[in-house]
Design a protein around this ligand. Structure first.
Ligand code: PMP
Length: 349
């Protein structure tokens, strides 16, 4: 069977350990939400007429796009829905870049940008974060790449790039700017670039139902963008890219903003408590605006800790790459789960 050499040479994308699903296991390695989805979603599933599944889904997710547009007070023509925001990232590469073009992105960041760029034979120019892991916006602009991808808050570090810096970037740079706000609901208020989409036609803001809405299992993401880009995305998407159930569940979840707020606030409160506790144990912990903490344990113990935690059924993410040497990334679980983690770590130290 012929496989294109450019694909054959790629390493498969590995999202991290995928431990067996078990109630006794504490899974803090994939930045999933600690809490279940809204009861409005459960109610929808109970009353859903399964006979409708013999019909294809609404190809353009109209009702969901309308609900998202209402939520952001923007025209519906600015909204595109995908099978997870990962799918939208892949479509952006198809729509906006030619082979041999380049994109720029800070390092470290969400590794999928480079994986998809590689699939499309697009070069990724990594711009190293500064010593304190903050993003060097000027250096990103100077690359002259055709597009810039920024996860904000940043995946891996949890650090937030301020709106001032984002506006400065948009004023200095005419190429495609993707601000991936997968974790933005865990950040302080008014940190989102969503309202800038009206003013900058080269800006795409990516969002997902996977994190703050606790719905990574249904695979729904969306982007806000200029209508010409939304039209282009519609031309290359899979014919029915978001399933009927996924569209309905995402729309149900959007209705329950009170639940979203309450779970997000619980996650933030736990994040701050755990960050303090880790620092008291001698960890250095980056200030996070997301639902995880990137930390360095004392005395280069990250690998040993990671393995010790697994023997106690607790999974966190271990990093040992050039800018992320000997670090743990710990997703924020429930208070009870985090107490188990802290007690295991204090015994290990
Ligand atoms: N962007 C970032 C920064 C992420 O960390 C993730 C999930 N790990 C995604 C996008 C993908 O989200 P989705 O589940 O919507 O595909």
């Amino acid at each position: 069977m012929y496989i294109k050499p450019s694909i054959a040479q790629l390493a498969p994308y590995v999202p991290g350990d995928q431990p067996p699903k078990s109630k006794s296991l504490i899974k803090l390695n994939a930045n999933e939400n600690a809490y279940p989805p809204s009861l409005v979603v459960e109610e929808l599933l109970r009353t859903f007429d399964y006979a409708n599944l013999r019909y294809y889904p609404d190809a353009t997710s109209q009702s969901l796009r309308r609900a998202i547009a209402d939520r952001h007070s923007c025209p519906q023509e600015h909204v595109f829905c995908g099978n997870g925001s990962d799918e939208i990232i892949a479509y952006l590469f198809q729509v906006c870049f030619e082979e041999q073009d380049s994109i720029a992105t800070p390092y470290p960041t969400y590794t999928l940008y480079k994986t998809i760029a590689d699939i499309h034979r697009i070069h990724t120019e990594y711009v190293p974060a500064q010593e304190d892991y903050s993003i060097d916006v000027e250096a990103l602009v100077k690359t002259n790449a055709k597009g810039i991808f920024i996860a904000n808050p940043n995946a891996q570090t949890g650090l937030l790039l301020g709106m001032d810096a984002i506006e400065k970037l948009l004023q200095a740079y005419q190429g495609l700017v993707v601000i991936d706000e997968a974790y933005i609901d865990f950040a302080p208020a008014h940190a989102s670039a969503a309202s800038l989409v009206d003013h900058y036609p080269n800006l795409v803001v990516l969002r997902t139902f996977s994190k703050s809405y606790s719905l990574c299992g249904i695979r729904v993401g969306y982007c806000l963008a200029d209508r010409s880009l939304v039209m282009a995305l519609d031309k290359c998407r899979d014919s029915y890219n978001v399933s009927t159930l996924s569209q309905a569940m995402a729309e149900a979840a959007l209705k329950d903003q009170a639940y979203l707020l309450s779970t997000v606030q619980r996650v933030i409160a736990t994040r701050e408590r755990v960050s303090q506790a880790l620092q008291l144990m001698g960890f250095s912990v980056l200030p996070s605006a997301a639902n995880f903490l990137l930390c360095t344990p004392p005395h280069d113990q990250a690998k040993g800790m990671y393995e010790y935690l697994i023997t106690h059924q607790v999974y966190v993410r271990y990093f040992n790459s050039p800018r992320l040497s000997d670090k743990l990334r710990i997703s924020i679980g429930t208070d009870e789960e985090m107490d188990v983690l802290l007690s295991l770590l204090s015994k290990y130290i």
